[in-house]
Write a protein that binds this ligand. Sequence first.
Ligand code: NAP
Length: 314
Amino acid sequence: MLSLFVEKVIIVGSGCAGLTAAIYAARANLNPLVLEGRQPGGQLSTTTLVENYPGFPDGIDGPELIVNMHKQAEKFGTRFAYAEVTDFELRDSHVRIKADDEWLETQALIIASGASARWLRLENEEKLIGHGLTSCATCDGAFYKNVPVCVVGGGDSAAEESLFLTRFASKVYLIHRRDKLRASKIMADRVFANKKIEPIWDTVVTKYIPDERGEMRAVRLRNVKTNEESELPVACVFIAIGHDPNTKAYAGKIEADPDGYLIAKNLAESKHPGVFIAGDVADRVYKQAVTAAGTGCVAAMEAERYLSELESRS
Ligand code: NAP
């Protein structure tokens, strides 16, 4: 017999996947508890205009979309708690997860913990974050008006951040380690059409150079083809080189690929009864708000089916 304190459904993560799962689970009367992690709202909360989420012909700001989803989940009875999941145990009849210092028990768990920004792992990186080093143009771009900044990366994120930053900065250097962007054609075309953006090809940042106050002053660059080194004065460095899945708590306990992305079968199922997976935590390919929402829906419906089966057996 389970204790009265066993939750029916716990959802880890409050991005697009977690909140969609919450809306479905709450509407199914499962009284879900969402554990909001280190970045409540997930990646949408740090993005700008989302033009490809169906239903918004003029686009919608990422933070607004996420606030709407949060309200929608709350309206149907979802409970929210701020806690970081640090450990996880599978039991025969339920799942235990450690949220901050407290162990919680649940019959069904939906892991929708998303992915976090990657950093370059250069000297002084941690110290400089917030002092001219960031991974979020939406959050910090407006602080750098009429000064030169740089973006590192060559994907859609780097393109999007560069374009956004042209609203503020005097110049945006786009530093990419190859001679071709990975970004989609539409984004790349926008970048090349913008006079404020100057791509610096075949180049990596090798050092952050702070001023005497500890604020970013410049970066040291190395051309990977010629090995030529140079210094580029910038007031802020925006890192946009991709993400890593937030799966540390489940390492070695849930099937994952070599990069830590969880492996979901049939869109949202894990190998373990009662454990479901949704969103970017298992998606290294599509990583879209709409695909995250879709797998969030599937995870909640599978969890509901699983709980009904459990109930019919007892
Ligand atoms: P991404 O597509 O994986 O691109 C990462 C970029 O960073 C690549 O150009 C990569 O270089 C570079 N990079 C990786 N590690 C690096 C390192 N240590 N040093 C220097 N450069 C490094 O990641 P993303 O741009 O974040 O996009 C992720 C997904 O989200 C994609 O599917 C993308 O289409 C989607 N997305 C879409 C939109 C949109 O539609 N508006 C916006 C943002 C993201 P290489 O090219 O050499 O590998």
